[in-house]
Write a protein that binds this ligand. Sequence first.
Ligand code: NAP
Ligand code: MG
Length: 401
Amino acid sequence: MLKIPMTTPLVELDGDEMTRILWAQIKEELICPFVELRTEYYDLGLPNRDATGDQVTVDAAEAIRKWGVGVKCATITPNAQRMEEYHLHQMWRSPNGTIRAILDGTTFRTPIPCPGLRAYVPTWTKPITVARHTYGDLYKDTEFRIEGPGKAELLFTGADGAVRRETVYDFEGAGVLQGCFNKDSSIEKFARSCFAYAFSVKQDLWFSAKDTIMKIYDGQFKETFQRIYDEEYREAFEANGLRYFYTLIDDAVARIIRSSGGMVWALKNYDGDVMSDMISTAFGSLAMMTSVLVSADGCFEYEAAHGTVTQHYYRHLQGEKTSTNPVATIYAWTGALRKRGELDGNAALVSFADKLDKAVMDTIADGIVTGDLAALMDGHPAIADSETFLAAIREHLEKIL
Ligand code: NAP
Ligand code: MG
């Protein structure tokens, strides 16, 4: 069989622990036998991030800017325990944080619809995509503890020296204080990427915030979304029977629960962090969730939403076979190959990505699953270890191809 050629390389970001093991197996079993795979490889495994002073993470993000499409394996975000475990020179920052800051975009997370998998919310028959703004707010805050009485003020000194000052609170005793910010330019990029994404998947876009309380801060988000919709997207949305809908976040939560799904739900940074975990859990499993970071200038980074599955890795190191779910990582690869194919006009590559997705679903429909999924399915599906599961997917893929 002739392998499918690629004209442009994908930016490949390798990672850590169990997902690094799966990464190599997915390439070897499911991609390289069928595709003349071209990648620009960056090893974001923690030992190499440490050896390069984390420069490899910055280089990988710049490469995604250059080539347009990347695929990333899960990576360790170091903490004190990891410093010891890996004898690190520094407690390197989260690679996802570094990449997000360079690409300045929006993260879209969507559950992978799967035959036989029970959603906790039975009315959700279509996936819900959470679009999370990944810049600013509480994630770039300045906060401190107040030890005793005193006046807290918000002070802004303009570039021209003009000062604006307002009292936040006259403390009569100890307490806590926090300041945070966002920028018009980032809010606009966030809004544009949400409209562009919702339009590309032909789904309604919802945005919710709390502008009744934060009239200026959240008000700025609300106005920006409305303005960009009216000026740039309304015509195209209406022509396709799509709509943009703003509502307060508490109202949105109630409506989402009662809905049948099938929308893109845009949320500010913190709201998106919390709600994406709620949505993924309600649909079943973190290992059945895709995640793509889209920059405003149209670069795409695909990854799984889960981590490096450390507990499984330690068992793997003991020589045990584990039943780690590779589906989200496979979907990260197919998402990236499909996007590369679309951008390059490579129909064979797009079709291969679709077929590999289908092979995964066919395997699960046949009742061959990993342990995490077995618990969520009716009947008694056979629990396969990761290698057996990947081999079953390959069999299905060969049949489809
Ligand atoms: P995790 O790797 O997502 O795993 C948490 C638990 O969820 C696992 O122990 C496992 O439960 C279950 N799980 C997650 N993915 C699974 C899969 N594919 N198949 C089967 N079960 C799966 O999160 P964590 O243990 O909190 O973090 C581990 C490391 O990952 C940390 O160093 C963290 O920094 C990193 N991390 C990276 C990313 C990223 O790169 N995007 C995201 C989050 C965390 P059972 O043990 O019960 O089977
Ligand atoms: Mg979170």
